[in-house]
Design a binder for this molecule. Structure first.
Ligand code: ATP
Ligand code: MG
Length: 449
């Protein structure tokens, strides 16, 4: 019979490789954040306002999958853009298909619209909200999973729809009580006009080739308009004297833009025309706009959008005009926090404390359900503890009232209601199975006060 101690050495070597790995702390992916309970109230509030405002203008929600075939983004956003060149989360699935986590949602909306015939003899006003994914360098206001809210108006040529869409965005700031966000506007003409302009730009930048930063040198060949987006100071100086896009616009494009400006003037929406605003995605045409702020440091764009008249056709649909925008929700919430506006937040209203007896907990459950029927957010203290510690928790919860069910209450067939936020007297209400209407009203009044 083998000696039992023969097994000891193995046990003494400590955890195996597998179990050691299991013990390492697993953390979230860099640039992808948890939204903790203390923050979620902000998000719920903002999401409600966004959905309400979109609804005021006749927009309806669309939800598309977070992964799409990679070709969708390559064909719509454009191969020579930052997003497609270096920011996409692209992977092969088990069947070998190339899939991508969506870096933005306009392409998916158009794909879905074409697939389901939403643009066939009809126009659409759509809104969406959800996570987007870009492999960028994480920093404040720039994440790898972030969230966008956006609207798309498909089927109208504008500029009346352009103006209304911008008016919707202005109403968002108003509704959220945000100031210090400024509108910048430009027209980038049609694809043909941009093509002609592109040649003018190449001719202009060519002599400065050696002075451009490396990214801009590359863009001179792939996408010279994007040189305008360079943040490098020396490149910016060269950009300052570059020919302006306006010189390449047709009369028709100019009159679309003039029409938009006139409508915005009439709506008293202030804007600044920024001839350097070109936007980083290939599919835009005519109107482009951004709402920018000086309160968020380098990440200054809160909302960006534009017209994309060629996109539906580019994705295999019939020629269909469209315009839309996307807003970064993380940046918006950051602004909201800076503004210190009161955000209507979730709140516990009633907190039930008991002597932890079966009888008391049974009554607590019945009373809590009766209050929840009335829409009162009610928490029962579970897990025991003295009355003193339970009252402390009730106070910390922010509840308006504590409801007490102890030995005395059970004996007398009552519950005690103690206001926590004002100096009203504690009251006693008759309760065996449920509160009578009159008692219920008395209790609700203490919450409303
Ligand atoms: P930026 O110049 O800041 O990179 P962008 O032009 O790439 O912005 P869009 O693709 O137009 O941004 O997206 C619209 C909005 O989404 C931006 O104005 C911004 O508020 C938000 N956004 C874009 N990328 C990120 C990100 N990585 N993290 C957080 N928000 C983002
Ligand atoms: Mg970007």
């Amino acid at each position: 019979m083998p000696c039992i101690s023969a097994f000891y050495p193995r046990l003494k070597t400590g955890p195996t490789e597998g179990s050691r790995l299991k013990m390492q702390k697993i953390q979230s992916i860099r640039g992808m954040n948890d939204l903790l309970p203390g923050e979620s109230g902000f998000w719920q509030y903002v999401e409600r306002v966004l959905a309400d405002v979109a609804g005021l203008y006749g927009y309806q929600e669309i939800r598309t999958p977070i992964a799409e075939h990679t070709a969708l983004f390559k064909r719509s956003i454009g191969e020579a853009t930052d997003i497609v060149e270096k920011e996409m989360y692209t992977f092969a699935d088990k069947g070998g298909d190339s899939l991508t986590l969506r870096p933005e949602n306009t392409a998916s909306c158009m794909r879905a619209g074409i697939e389901h015939g939403l643009f066939h003899n009809q126009k659409q006003k759509l809104w969406y909200i959800g996570p987007m994914f870009r492999h960028e360098r994480p920093q404040k206001g720039r994440y790898r999973q972030f969230h966008q809210f956006g609207c798309e108006a498909i089927g109208w040529q504008g500029p009346d729809v352009d103006a209304e869409l911008i008016q919707l965005t202005a109403r968002l700031w108003q509704q959220l009580g945000l100031q210090h966000i400024k509108l910048e506007l430009n027209s980038i003409g049609t694809a043909e006009e941009r093509h002609a302009y592109r040649q003018k730009l190449v001719d202009y930048f060519q002599p400065f080739y050696d002075q451009l930063d490396a990214d801009s040198q590359r863009r001179l060949i792939t996408n010279p308009l994007r040189i305008f987006d360079s943040k490098v100071e020396s490149t910016q100086q060269i950009v300052a004297d570059a020919p302006q896009l306006e010189s390449s616009l047709s009369d028709e494009s100019k009159s679309h833009f003039a029409g938009l400006c006139k409508l915005l003037d009439e709506a008293e929406i202030h804007y600044q025309i920024n001839p350097r605003l070109v936007r980083g995605l290939d599919y835009y045409s005519l109107t482009v706009f951004e709402w920018v702020t000086d309160q968020l440091g380098a990440q200054n764009a809160v909302l960006a959008g534009g017209r994309y008249d060629g996109l539906v056709e580019q994705l295999g649909g019939k020629p269909t005009p469209g315009i839309g925008f996307a807003m970064g929700i993380e940046r918006l919430i950051e602004l909201l926090k800076l503004s210190e506006n009161t955000v209507s937040d979730y709140r516990i209203q009633a907190y039930v404390v008991t002597d932890n007896s079966e009888e008391a907990l049974g009554r607590a459950a019945k009373l809590a359900e009766q209050l929840r029927d009335q829409g009162v957010n009610t928490v029962i203290h579970h897990g025991g503890g003295s009355f003193k510690s339970q009252f402390k928790k009730a106070d910390q919860s922010g509840a308006d009232i504590a409801i007490v069910i102890g030995e005395q209450e059970i004996q007398t067939g009552n519950v005690s209601v103690k206001p926590l936020r004002d100096h009203n007297e504690q009251i006693s209400l008759e309760f065996s199975d449920k509160l009578a209407d009159e008692s219920l009203n008395q209790l609700l009044k203490l919450i409303a006060e």
